[in-house]
Design a protein around this ligand. Structure first.
Ligand SMILES: [Zn+2]
Length: 90
């Protein structure tokens, strides 16, 4: 069984404060996350191994964006998101 079947997948936006390396302006950006919430029970069709893995599984979210466009109108450069955890348990 694909481990993704342990989770209900949804999308979420979360704000993060980022600092543009070009113009050094810091602003709040809404970042896109995929939220994988663990299901209440193992979906049908799981075997012994799935049961063990499912028991240990935890809800988590993964950052989808890796770049943002600077909000400073005089800059507008795209830069890499850094200093943000790209994966978090919830
Ligand atoms: Zn900038």
């Amino acid at each position: 069984m694909d481990e993704r079947q342990y989770y209900t997948e949804s999308k979420a936006m979360k704000p993060a404060t980022l600092n543009c390396p070009s113009c050094h302006t810091s602003d709040t950006y809404e970042l896109n996350w995929i939220v994988r919430k663990k299901k209440d029970r193992l979906p049908p069709g799981g075997d012994e191994r799935d049961r063990a893995k499912f028991a240990k599984a935890q809800s988590y979210m993964v950052l989808m964006d890796d770049k943002v466009a600077c909000k400073n109108l005089r800059c507008r450069k795209r830069f890499d998101i850094s200093g943000v955890k790209t994966m978090a348990f919830i």
